[in-house]
Design a protein around this ligand. Structure first.
Ligand SMILES: [Cu+2]
Length: 121
């Protein structure tokens, strides 16, 4: 039986991560070809984000569009992604989903407006 020292464990872990990244990259390429029309859109209308919760895969783009006459913003509660400028009517804001997790955001002009992005692997 072989006992792994921390150094070997780290090397094994890094190899595992490198392998995983390659796998995800290959998978992402296939999915892009198969489903390039997929769009993650969040409409802002009547002082609400719709859908209020959106589930996406890491690496996908998410676009908000403001359909109100009022300006709105998109700001991550924990500064997990860049915040938008004040969006005018029909103006869009796009971010790319990063690491898997749950991201909550709000409108800094109307803090009661909140939404959630769930990013999956
Ligand atoms: Cu707002």
């Amino acid at each position: 039986m072989i006992t792994l020292t921390p150094k070997y464990k780290m090397a094994a872990l890094l190899r595992g991560i490198a392998f995983l990244n390659l796998s995800l990259f290959a998978l992402g390429g296939e999915m892009k070809n198969a489903d390039s029309s997929k769009q993650n859109r969040i409409e802002i209308k009547d002082f609400a984000f719709n859908p209020k919760t959106l589930t996406v895969k890491s690496g996908e783009k998410i676009t908000w569009i403001n359909h109100d006459d009022e300006p709105h913003t998109v700001v991550s509660v924990e500064k997990q992604f860049k915040k938008s400028t004040a969006l005018d009517t029909d103006q869009e804001f796009t971010v790319t989903a990063g690491a898997p997790g749950t991201y909550t955001y709000f409108c800094s002009v109307h803090p009661k407006m909140t939404g959630t992005i769930v990013v999956e692997k």
